[in-house]
Design a protein around this ligand. Sequence first.
Ligand code: NAP
Length: 251
Amino acid sequence: MSRYAGRVVIVTGAARGIGAGTAKRFAEEGASVAVLDLDEGSAAETAAGLGAERAIGVACDVSDAAAVDAAVTRVVEELGRLDVLVNNAGITRDNLLFKMTEDDWDLVMNVHLKGAFLMSKAAQKHMTQAKYGKILNLSSVSALGNRGQANYSAAKMGVQGFTRTLALELGPFGINVNAIAPGFIVTEMTDATAARLKMEPEQLRQLNAEANPVRRVGYPEDIAAAAAFLCSDEASYITGQTLYVDGGAKV
Ligand code: NAP
C-alpha cells in the first residue's frame, strides 16, 4: 500500500514502543518519516531502521517550546512539508494519590498535555497554510480511571478533550484530529509497570491476556494499523473521535 506516498509524518516519542511501530507502518505505506525523541542517537537509529525512502531522527523534548519549534522547522526544511503529526511521546509516574509528588504530577502533565499542545500548535501553522493535515493523539484506557494513575489518567482524558476541541477549530482548514486510546500494549512502558508490581513482564502480559475479551495483549502494530487508517484520506469524515484499541477491555 502507498497511501502515504509523498506525505511527511512526524511521530513523537518514536525511538521505541508504539511510536516506533507507528513510524514503521507509515514508512511501509510510503511516507517520509521524522522520528522525534529525547535522544537524537536513538531517534536516528530507529529512523535508519524504518526502511523509509526518507527518514530522519530529531532530538526533541515535546514539553520544551523552543525544542518543539526547532524540531518542526527542521522537519519541514529537511523533508519539505508536514502532513501528519502523531503525538505519542509519553511517560508514567504512577503512585497512589497520597504518595504522588507534585513533580510526578507536573512531569506527566507536561509531556502528555503540554507536549501535545506545543507540537500541535507548531504543526498547525504548516497544515493550515496547506489546507491539509492530520493530527493523532495518544490517549489510553486509563483515561477512564486506573488505580495509581491519577496524573496519567487525568492527562489522558485531557487528551480526549483537547482532541475534540482541535477538531472543531481545525476542521475548516482541512485538518482532521483524532485520538487512539490503547489498552495493554507490550512495550517498555508496560514492562516497567510489571517491575513496579514486582512481576515478570511475561506474567503481567499473561494476566492481561486472560482478562481480555479477545484473550491476548496488544502490540505496537495494533496501534499502528489504526493510526494508519485514522490519518488516511479514507478517514477524512472522521474527526474529534477517540478510538479504543484495547481488545474490548476497558481497564
Ligand atoms: P515507551 O515504550 O515508554 O516509549 C515512549 C517514548 O517516548 C520513549 O522513547 C521516550 O523516550 C519518549 N519520551 C518520553 N518523554 C518524552 C519527551 N518529553 N519528549 C519526547 N519523547 C519523550 O511507551 P509506549 O508504551 O510506546 O507509549 C507510547 C504512547 O502510548 C504514550 O503516550 C503512552 O502513554 C500511550 N499508551 C501506552 C500504552 C501501553 O500499554 N504501552 C497504553 C495506553 C497508552 P526515552 O526512552 O528517552 O524516555
